[in-house]
Every structure is written in C-alpha cells, then in structure tokens.
Ligand binder design. Structure first.
Ligand SMILES: [Zn+2]
Length: 304
C-alpha cells in the first residue's frame, strides 16, 4: 500500500493560498518527498506526516519552484532527529546544484547521498519500491519524468509448505522466490508460489511537453500525476512556448497511457480556481481529480 499527499499545486512562485507543487509518498513508515520548492516545509508541517522518516528526495529539475526549498527541508529533517542517511535523486548536474544550495546550511547529522539520474535509469529507491526515469526537457534544461512500481509477491502456499514439512525459518526466502537448501536437499520456491500478481504503479510528469516517450513510460500506471500548468486550450500557444501542458494534453496522456486515474497539479497563478475545471477534465478523462494542498489518496494492491 502506498499513500500519496499533495503538499502544493502551484507553479512558479508560492502564493498565500497555494504552495508550490510537491508530493509526499508514504511507504510503510518511510517517506519520499517529490520536489520541494520554496515553502514546502510549511506545507509539509500542516499535514503532520513528519520529517524524520524522509529517506529520499526526488527532484524533477533544477528550477527554483521545484528545488529552492531543499535547504529548509533538510534542516527540518535534521531537527526532527533523523540520523539515518538521506538520498537525493535528480537530473544531470544535481550534485553541483545541491552543493551550492548547501553553502547556506549547517552540517547535517546524517549522511547525504546525491545521485544523478540519466535517461533510462532504474533501480530500487526505498524498500521494494522501484523507480524508472526518462530524461525529457524544458527549454534545454534536463527534466526527469518518473515512474514508480511496487511489485507484489505471488501468493505463498503455506498449507503445502506445512504438509511438506518445510522449516518455517525458510518460508520468507521461498516467499521471495529464492530456492533454499535444507539438509542437502534443494527446495524450489516455484512449488509454493502462485501466479504473478499485479503490483502498484504511479508516475509523475512535470515541466515539459507531451511526447510518445511519456505515453510509453506511463503505460498502465494506476495513477498519473501530471502538470496542467494551463487549464484552457486557449493558452496552448503559451504552453508550447514555455514548454508546459494544457489540461486537455494531460488528459490525453492519461488516456493514451491507459492510466487508471489522473491527478492534475502545477497550476499557473493566472487561474485563481483550478477546481472549477474539474468537469472539463472529467469530460476528457473520467477518473481525473484536480490537485489541491492536502489532496490524499491510497494506492492498494487489488483485493488488499
Ligand atoms: Zn515548475
């Protein structure tokens, strides 16, 4: 099960009633923060998910509205008493940017690991959660689009293991698909595992233009989080010029990728009431929600 909490839904600059786009991801008791523009620490504090368990911070790109809040967030994590390492993942040049931002910070009581991700990178980010990124761009700047997958292990046939007398201390390895050797005899995991089961997946796209590669990356995600900086098609020329999405393009991406649902965020300050566009969005992609500060959802395995 994964919980998601949208901290803010704004682009460019924080406003009195609109924090910048930032998302908290909770997996068990661990937290991942996705993007942190100026003021993210204030938005995060309002919802009580805490700072100490933030073990990873993902940065989509190096514009201030997505990264300028990093020093403050790291100080909050330190003040909350974290001593375990914190990992920061971002596009090319993330190390230099983080080093420069940290000039204004004290030393942290935890190790900071900074990893630069490039097109096609994938791996485990936290627990069993896998990430995959592709590099897109915004006016020449590298931007990462992210897909997260939480696989589900096949069902384990406890009754068969019991009947066969498999020692219980071997069950967990077998459950994970590892064959084990007991008293010189190999016990094959496949004997006790059911068919593959679908996991949970979600993706995040921001600060770029639509492309077939995004459709490919987001194929079949349970939830697509997409920017919709411009809410009206009348602003398409502007969106093309500054390399953002209009709402109808975000809905088209969700539809073309076969996403289960769509949450829109990163709205231009020119739109005072993004929620007013909910019915328009739903006419284009039925399972759409307009993101707001405090929006939450839970992604669970089917029948969990
Ligand atoms: Zn932005």
């Amino acid at each position: 099960m994964i919980d998601l909490l949208l901290l803010g839904n704004g682009s460019m600059q924080p406003l009195p009633d609109r924090w910048l786009s930032s998302l908290m991801i909770r997996l068990g008791s661990d937290l991942i923060l996705f993007d942190c523009g100026e003021g993210t620490q204030i938005a995060a504090r309002s919802f009580g998910w805490g700072f100490k368990r933030i073990g990873a911070i993902c940065i989509s790109h190096h514009h201030a509205d997505h990264i300028a809040g990093l020093p403050g967030i790291l100080m909050c994590i330190a003040n909350a008493g974290r001593r375990e390492p914190v990992a920061i993942y971002g596009p090319r040049d993330i190390m230099r940017i983080v080093q420069n931002l940290l000039v204004i910070c004290p030393r942290f009581p935890f190790e900071l690991h900074v990893a630069e991700l490039v097109d096609g990178d994938s791996g485990v980010i936290l627990g069993d959660l896998n990430l995959r990124v592709i590099e897109v761009s915004q006016r020449g700047l590298p931007v990462l689009a992210w897909r997260f997958d939480l696989p589900r292990q096949p069902r384990f046939d406890r009754a068969a293991a019991e009947t066969d007398g498999v020692p219980r201390n071997q069950w967990s390895a077998l459950q994970k698909g590892h064959d084990v050797v007991v008293e010189g005899e190999t016990i094959h995991a496949s004997r006790y595992l059911g068919p593959p089961r679908p996991g949970i997946s979600f993706g995040i796209v921001t600060d770029t233009r639509p492309s077939p590669r995004l459709v490919e990356l987001m194929a079949g995600v349970d939830l697509l989080v997409s920017e919709a900086t411009f809410l009206e098609d009348a602003d398409l020329d502007k969106a093309i010029q500054v390399e953002h999405f209009v709402l109808s393009e975000s809905c088209a991406l969700a539809r073309d990728a076969g996403a289960g649902s769509l949450m829109l965020t990163h709205f231009s300050a020119a739109y005072p009431d993004p929620l007013a566009y909910e019915s328009t969005a739903r006419s284009l992609f039925p399972h759409t929600e307009i993101g707001y500060s405090g929006w939450q959802t839970t992604l669970a395995f089917p029948n969990e």
